[in-house]
Design a protein. Structure first.
Length: 557
């Protein structure tokens, strides 16, 4: 039995926090400054984490290693199974030629790739987050951005930044469900408060995407469409979380944003752009004039010279969108109670052997391992891929070969994710993560400003807003009660702050790099997104702090 202590270094919470932060600092320093390969950075950081747990937190070496193995095993179903099947499904659509049709269909809404990037990364990505979550939107939207001619690094950055808006309500608001369970605060009330925080951040994300893609010129030319899309998402997400359904906040937000943008494009024409920085030479350019030529189904992927915008036939478009319609349908059905019961047949849950831990209060820390073979997100994506292969008439041999190629494509992302989850679990079970949270909670009323930072740290470590809420939700409530702040506000701030840690999580970086074929360049992606993560976190922290006073009228009652 290992008993957690949160101030093991000389009884000092500050010194203990410095030690607890070493694994994260090591990883971020190696990725952002030394520019080493992510799998190397993750492995070195894992060694540092083991040493801190063993030497500083006095966790027995066998228990430390066991916790790391538990984390690696946990990552297989929750992360790797999702990544492999999401990328495989995308690769199937490319091999069949239907992804070219999908790419061309976006030109029918707007020939400008900056508008297309908003539709793909922001709207379609949010819809994928709403239903699947867990890296799926980053993987799929990153690959789709690559297909419209955006260069790999920029495609990965856009996919990661766009994925901030919907994370708190991802997978039909599972993070909010978990937060309600650990805090004993009503689900609808927490969801409504989050719905009064994240939409304000989400409203600015399309502007950031346009700026990342085309700099000042892009902002000068496309800002009206970006504002319409952002405000459409923010208002729709707020309305759903407050008045309609917390679980459907992302679905309604994504569809509301896309509808607002499509209607706006009927009356507004984007200025022409002769070239866009970050686009491949063959990428579509804005301002295409005249009627688009019609593509014939028998010539999928080879109709006209590269860069020529096309008008695919209705049948071809339906086939191209079929895999993603299947994803939406399968995940929607999986939320039905009767289907959940069927899928639960394949679920096995058991305590992880040899891992017995109590927290500082003497309560036993849960170490249950759930093997949900049928209901896992990755399994549902696999089913979507199999059905897509059948309906797109991809041969069984091609599908199997493509699966092998996908695993080879992810050969470096897989060990990176295994190491990262091992770090997260060792930090959690040794007490390192709680040390960081408790130390930040010593700031009194000013803790309201730092409250989102705790959620941000949690997601940066675990890669999951759901996990961050499970880890820090109760801590936020305890800190609020100790400082006289609103417990529901700070609990919600944990979920809201977590969305901004998603883009810098090593897991997300690995998914983004793998999706666009630049495995090994996660450090470069990290350097390009860390500034936006910190800037948006500062804005959210200020908002939460003001909601304890001058902006308290914003909060639902």
């Amino acid at each position: 039995m290992f008993h957690q202590i949160y101030d093991p270094v000389g009884g000092s919470l500050f010194l203990s926090s410095l030690c607890a932060a070493l694994p994260l600092l090591t990883m971020f320093f190696m990725l952002g400054w030394l520019r080493v390969a992510p799998q190397v950075a993750a492995l070195v950081s894992l060694v540092v984490c083991i040493l801190v747990a063993f030497l500083a937190y006095r966790m027995p070496l066998s228990t430390t290693l066991n916790a790391g193995v538990y984390g690696a095993a946990f990552s297989v179903l929750t992360v790797l199974w999702i990544i492999v099947n999401a990328i495989w499904l995308y690769n199937l659509t490319v091999k069949s030629g239907h992804f070219a049709i999908l790419k061309d269909s976006f030109a029918m809404i707007s020939p400008d790739p900056r508008i297309q990037a908003i539709l793909i990364a922001y709207n379609f990505g949010a819809l994928m987050e709403a239903l699947a979550g867990a890296g799926t939107p980053i993987a799929i939207s990153g690959a789709m951005l690559l297909a419209i001619g955006i260069r790999p690094i920029k495609a990965a950055v856009l996919a990661l930044v766009a994925n901030t808006a919907p994370v708190a309500f991802g997978a039909l608001a599972v993070p909010i469900t978990t937060l309600a369970q650990v805090t004993n605060i009503p689900f609808d009330h927490l969801g409504a408060i989050v719905g009064h925080q994240t939409p304000l951040i989400a409203a600015f994300v399309p502007l950031i995407l346009v700026g990342l893609m085309d700099g000042k010129r892009g902002l000068a030319q496309v800002w009206p469409a970006a504002i319409v899309s952002g405000v459409g998402f923010g208002v729709s997400q707020w309305a759903s979380a407050t008045f309609i359904s917390v679980a459907l906040a992302d679905v309604i937000g994504a569809l509301g944003s896309a509808a607002a943008l499509i209607v706006f494009l009927k009356v507004w024409r984007c200025p022409r752009a002769d070239s866009i920085d970050g686009m491949e030479p063959s990428g579509a350019l804005g301002g295409a004039q005249g009627a688009l030529p019609v593509a014939q189904p028998h010539s999928v992927g080879a109709y006209l010279p590269p860069g020529t915008p096309l008008r695919p036939t209705t049948g071809a478009m339906l086939q191209a969108y079929l895999p993603y319609m299947l994803i939406i349908a399968i995940f929607a059905l999986a939320q039905m109670q009767v289907v959940k019961q069927w899928l639960a047949v394949g679920t096995i849950s058991f305590p992880w052997p040899g891992l017995s831990i109590t927290n500082a209060a003497g309560a036993k820390v849960g170490t249950s391992f759930t093997l949900n073979s049928l209901s896992a997100t990755g399994s549902l994506l696999l089913l979507s891929g199999i059905l897509s292969a059948l309906l797109l008439r991809v041969s069984a041999k091609t599908a199997v070969v493509t699966y092998g190629e996908t695993i080879k494509q992810l050969r470096w992302a897989i060990p990176t994710v295994l190491c990262v989850l091992a770090i997260a679990f060792i930090m959690n079970y040794s007490g390192q993560t709680v040390t960081l949270g408790v130390w930040l909670a010593q700031t009194g009323p000013a803790f309201a400003f730092l409250s989102p930072v705790i959620g941000w740290i949690g997601v940066a470590v675990t890669g999951s807003d759901n996990s961050a809420n499970a880890l820090f939700g109760a801590l936020q409530v305890a800190a609020a009660n100790a400082t006289g702040l609103n417990p529901a506000l700070l609990a919600a701030a944990n979920a809201s702050g977590g969305v901004l840690g998603k883009m810098i999580s090593p897991q997300s970086l690995a998914v983004g790099a793998a999706a666009v074929g630049i495995i090994g360049q996660e450090g470069l992606i990290f350097r390009k997104v860390i500034g936006w993560s910190v800037l948006l976190l500062a804005a959210l922290s200020l908002l939460v702090y003001l909601q304890t006073g001058p902006l308290a009228w914003m909060l639902p009652h």
